[in-house]
Design a protein around this ligand. Structure first.
Ligand code: NAD
Ligand code: IPM
Ligand code: MN
Length: 365
């Protein structure tokens, strides 16, 4: 039996609800492939603030850092929204990503045939969409110096964030994107704002220079404002997208609605070494937290990405993906992806249905 240490960081809001469901699915799919997981659950975000007064306790970080892979729910909530910056729950994500050095964030957006009707776009536009957004995750405006709220020469408060990218940061994320595109349909679109932003001008220059090393990949460039429009006009034109931290954050939420719901989109955050961080792209959804309404599929699919990208266990990952499709085929839908004729279920029940499908696949094979 292969053994793995998995750090579970449920966080806040719907985080604990979706993690508890995804954990069971991960455990079951793994055990059918001879994998044994040792789960260690640690507080982060608001949960950690309430418990020990900081959003990312050292102990939580050390358990995460020493694990084989990390599964995170979501972080944040109204309760802590007025906290000073260093005491905001979201800082947990910021420190985690920075200190784990997980610079490459893979956010796949796929319109499943079962969910075409849940898309906010017309059937013929949504059907068949299958893209991978490669978001730079440890640089750019999130981390650039100078930053902070300062007093300027007129004695006025100024808020400062700096978009900054070093050549090596661009090159390494671009390489991940070229490699990703190579394994997909061979098309890479780099999205920037190189008509005005200096960091984007360097971004475009470096990405363009690397293209000669990947002659099998067709590279194009697009400005982010146009990209936001093109995603809605004709999303099928995109295969692999590479973009900076902030544009990737925004465009992936936009892309999620094409697939039916933000509750469907998983992600993998990977570095050069050390454990990967796997989480849904959505937040803690305080408006539906504690009501058993959350769609757990984004987190369940993040567990599949954990198996595939984090542990190299593709068979177990496939079991989870198949089980999700099976539960959808049977008509189970949480509120966010519900359409008439289907069966409306809560977070727990959706989890149970996916679990049943993981099991029944065994019976079938
Ligand atoms: P959100 O993603 O939490 O919610 C946006 C909308 O989508 C809400 O109406 C919510 O109910 C819905 N939604 C999100 N996930 C869903 C799911 N799984 N199933 C069904 N519906 C779902 O974004 P927000 O409201 O802007 O932010 C809420 C909090 O989450 C904030 O504190 C924010 O900072 C934090 N946040 C955290 C992460 C993260 O942990 N990675 C990501 C985004 C936002
Ligand atoms: C995400 C979130 C985070 C981000 C926030 C909560 C810091 O929106 O994971 O997409 O901006 O990266
Ligand atoms: Mn986001």
């Amino acid at each position: 039996k292969k053994r793995f240490n998995i750090a579970l960081l449920p966080g806040d809001g719907i985080g604990p609800e979706v993690i508890s469901v995804a954990k069971n699915v991960l455990q079951q799919a793994g055990s059918l492939e001879g994998l044994e997981f040792n789960f260690q659950e640690m507080p982060v975000g608001g949960a950690a603030l309430d418990l020990v007064g900081v959003p990312m306790p050292e102990e939580s970080f050390s358990v995460a850092k020493n694990s084989d892979a990390i599964l995170l729910g979501a972080i944040g909530g109204y309760k802590w929204d007025k906290n000073e910056k260093h005491l905001r729950p979201e800082m947990a994500l910021y420190y985690l990503r920075r200190d784990l050095k997980v610079f490459a964030n893979l956010r796949p957006a796929t319109v499943l045939p079962q969910l075409v009707d849940a898309s906010s776009l017309k059937r013929e536009i949504a059907e068949g969409v299958d893209m991978m957004i490669v978001r730079e995750l440890t640089g750019g405006i999130y981390f650039g110096e100078p930053r902070g709220i300062k007093i300027n020469e007129n004695g006025e408060e100024v808020g400062i964030s700096t978009e900054i990218y070093a050549a090596h940061e661009i090159d390494r994320i671009a390489r991940v994107a070229f490699e990703t595109a190579r394994k997909r349909r061979g098309k890479l679109c780099s999205i920037d704002k190189a008509n005005v932003l200096d960091a984007s001008m360097l971004w475009r220059k470096r990405v363009t220079a690397l293209a000669s090393e990947y002659p099998d990949v067709e590279l194009s460039h697009m400005y982010v404002d146009n990209a936001a429009m093109q995603l809605i006009r004709d999303p099928k034109q995109f295969d692999t997208i590479v973009t900076n931290n902030i544009f990737g954050d925004i465009l992936s939420d936009e892309a999620s609605m094409i697939t039916g719901s933000i509750g469907m989109l998983p992600s993998a955050s990977l570095g050069e070494s050390g454990p990967g961080l796997f989480e849904p792209i959505h937040g803690s959804a305080p408006d539906i937290a504690g009501q058993d309404k959350a769609n757990p599929l984004a987190t369940i699919l993040s567990a599949a990405m954990l198996l595939k990208y984090g542990l190299g266990e593709e068979e177990a990952a496939k079991r989870i993906e198949d089980a999700v499709l099976d539960a959808l085929n049977k008509g189970f839908r949480t509120g966010d992806i519900y359409s008439p004729g289907n069966k409306l279920v809560g977070c727990k029940e959706m989890g149970e249905e996916v679990l049943k499908s993981v099991d029944s696949k065994v019976a079938a094979t």
